[in-house]
Structure formats: structure tokens, C-alpha cells
Design a binder for this molecule. Structure first.
Ligand SMILES: [Zn+2]
Ligand SMILES: [Zn+2]
Length: 225
């Protein structure tokens, strides 16, 4: 049996997202098969279809690595809610989570500066950006995000300051990507993942994404603008 209809694929996508949101856990093929009343083969094919359309990211063994903003692997951020602790996929994903999690309108986002290892933490909510003078640095331009999305997320980090960003770039031999303050990062994260927990969610097309980036104060070729 295969998951042939869009509705069946959407059931699968929602099952993955709701387990991440409500249990802070990635779903295995076996769990999804039981939840959906399908066999493993059908679920595996469905996962590959969702990965091909960039709803999720799989590893070589079809384990779910990411369903943005959720991730099953450590990428430098933890996100603590009232009852659960999530990995944060990146600065953008971590700041987005209070807007997506139904029971957590505030979370504690924690990370370390990639340059100097200093610990940083913010209480991130829905109403206003957290205070702080730390700097977000995104290495990979929007047009290349999906070339290797795990690498992209792993390099969307928060630093103590521009000095730490520049020192890290010099150490790693990377060219400067895009830097922004916490308020801009928070605005970027605020509505980006809207409706991912709802049935019928559609990914943004490039034009809609560009309009969104512009609306939160981003500009320039890095953002495709
Ligand atoms: Zn630092
Ligand atoms: Zn990310």
C-alpha cells in the first residue's frame, strides 16, 4: 500500500508535527505506521515524498532529522517549555517556537557563542523581542538554504557581539553572511512558521517569502531581495 492522496500525506505530515509539538519527540516509521493504520513501507514512501517537497528532512536511514522548526538532533540550541525540552534547529527556529507551540507562549532559549563558548539564554515570548545586545549571524544565503539544510541551520547562530562573529569567521575561514539584532531575529521568527500545525498548510512560494522578509525589515541579496 502507498499513501497516494494528498490527504494521506497531510495526515502523515501532521502526525510528525504534532508529536514534535506535543511530545518533543521525533516519530519513528513504526510509530507513524501504528498511528496512521498504514504499513511501514507506505509510511517510508510518504516520508520520502514529504522530504522531496521540503516539509521534512530525513537521514540516510529515513529517520526524521528536521520538521522545521523542530529537529531531532543537537544543533546548538535548547528550547525549554513548561513541560518539555526541545532541541532548537537554529536561532530562527528556536525563536519561532513560542509562536507555534499551543501550550508554551514563552520558552527559555539557551545556546553558547560559537566563537568564545559564553553561555546565553533568553525568555522568548510572542509579544515582544527579548532584551539583549547579542548578534545573530546567518551564514548561508536564502537561495542556498536547501542545498544542505542541516548545515544551513547549524550555521544560524547567536554570538556575544559582532567582534565574536568576525573572530569566528576568521577562525573558520567563512565569509560574512548576514547579521541582525535580536529584535530583527524575533520578527523574522514570529510569523514564519504560521499554520504548520494546521491541516492544509502550504509552504510559502518565493514571492510570498520575499514579501515576508521585507515586512520584517530584512533586505539585500542575502534574502533574495
Ligand atoms: Zn562570544
Ligand atoms: Zn533552522
Amino acid at each position: 500500500m502507498v499513501l497516494v492522496t494528498d490527504a494521506e500525506l497531510e495526515d502523515l505530515r501532521l502526525a510528525i508535527y504534532l508529536r514534535f509539538a506535543n511530545r518533543a519527540a521525533a516519530s519513528s516509521v513504526a510509530e507513524l505506521a501504528v498511528a496512521l493504520g498504514q504499513d511501514d513501507r507506505a509510511v517510508r514512501d510518504g516520508l520520502r515524498a514529504l522530504a522531496a517537497s521540503r516539509h521534512i528532512v530525513l537521514d540516510d536511514a529515513d529517520n526524521i532529522v528536521m520538521a522545521h522548526p523542530f529537529t531531532s538532533i543537537p544543533l546548538g540550541f535548547s528550547v525549554a517549555g513548561k513541560r518539555h525540552l526541545w532541541w532548537g534547529g537554529c536561532a530562527w527556529d528556536s525563536f519561532a517556537m513560542p509562536n507555534l507551540l499551543p501550550d508554551d507562549d514563552e520558552v527559555l532559549v539557551a545556546t553558547t557563542c560559537p566563537n568564545c563558548d559564553r553561555a546565553h539564554a533568553w525568555v522568548v515570548g510572542r509579544d515582544e523581542p527579548p532584551a539583549g545586545d547579542q548578534v545573530a549571524h546567518f551564514l548561508v544565503p536564502v537561495a542556498q538554504i536547501w542545498d544542505d539544510v542541516v548545515h544551513t541551520c547549524a550555521n544560524q547562530r547567536l554570538f556575544c557581539s559582532l567582534t565574536c562573529v568576525d573572530a569566528w569567521l576568521a577562525t573558520t575561514g567563512n565569509a560574512r553572511g548576514y547579521t541582525m539584532d535580536l529584535a530583527t531575529l524575533w520578527r523574522l521568527a514570529q510569523r514564519w512558521y504560521d499554520r504548520r500545525l494546521d491541516r492544509g498548510y502550504q509552504r510559502r512560494d518565493p514571492m510570498t517569502a520575499a514579501a515576508y522578509f521585507r515586512s520584517v525589515g530584512l533586505d539585500g541579496p542575502f534574502w533574495g531581495l
